[in-house]
Write a protein that binds this ligand. Sequence first.
Ligand code: UDP
Ligand code: MG
Length: 310
Amino acid sequence: MHLSLIVPLKNEAESLPELEAWIRRVVETLGLQYELIFVDDGSTDGSWEVIECLRAGNPNVRAIKFRRNYGKSAALHVGFQAARGKVVITLDADLQDSPDEIPELYRMIAEDGYDLVSGWKKKRFDPLEKRLPSKLFNAVARQISGIPLHDFNCGLKAYNQAVVKAIELYGEMHRWIPVLAKWAGFRRIGEKVVEHRPRRYGHSKFGWERYINGFLDLLSVYFVGKFGKRPMHFFGTLGVLSFLLGFIFLAYLSWAKLVYKEYGIADRPLFFFGILALVVGTQLFLTGFLAEIVNRNSPTRNEYLIEKEI
Ligand code: UDP
Ligand code: MG
């Protein structure tokens, strides 16, 4: 199979028939073997019945229905697991992503050899209060991850099959897939300017919490990627530094008291700062130590992605 198209959806019944027809029109002119996988993330508006109808008219349609709403990341994860195509492309179901982009995205993965190509909604049809925070987020993500993408969270993305089988999406990690892919060792990450369209039916499924969760998730992705397999290197370094600092301050104060008979060292700010630094240092060190022990029992501790063997 050449191509898997994955569409996560929650309550998008009105958009689906148009989306399916459009995708079919585009992909069939390419003459590729393909599958179109709808993942119904707990819709309550009859989206599933629509999908059943679409399936009856097009045997390339496959679909998975969650018993309840688990979120877009979960839907994508299940879609990724089910995908059989050499190239995998994801699209939002709300017709904001244009299926006309599929041929070029497919070509970039299949012929140019990219591992991942992310859409870039250069001209974006969303309200300002969504575009501004998004700009900020993308700038922070570029800095933290070192990946020069303009638009990390575009729903329209294309992947080599190896990428989707290697990364694990959970929580709301779908925003940071390029970062996960990079940490998994996939370095050929590209970008394509894509057409973005205003939402015609329904409304956005994400509210303001997206910003808080999005930021925390970015920190987790970064931290787990960098130190997940060696937490002591992070906590231990900070802990030892803090402990040493505290030790030096307190040693200095003790010396002042014992040798110079200085009175009232317990009134000096340095005294409290020294104690605080000692305690915090010990705690950081212990946190690192505990993380190592937890890690010892992790089934993925010695899991590495092997690219080639001869
Ligand atoms: N979506 C989903 N599960 C959710 C929320 C959203 O599968 O819990 C789907 C939604 O149906 C759409 C895509 O994810 O196909 C993007 O969502 P939306 O258009 O609401 O996000 P926005 O464009 O506002 O970022
Ligand atoms: Mg949308």
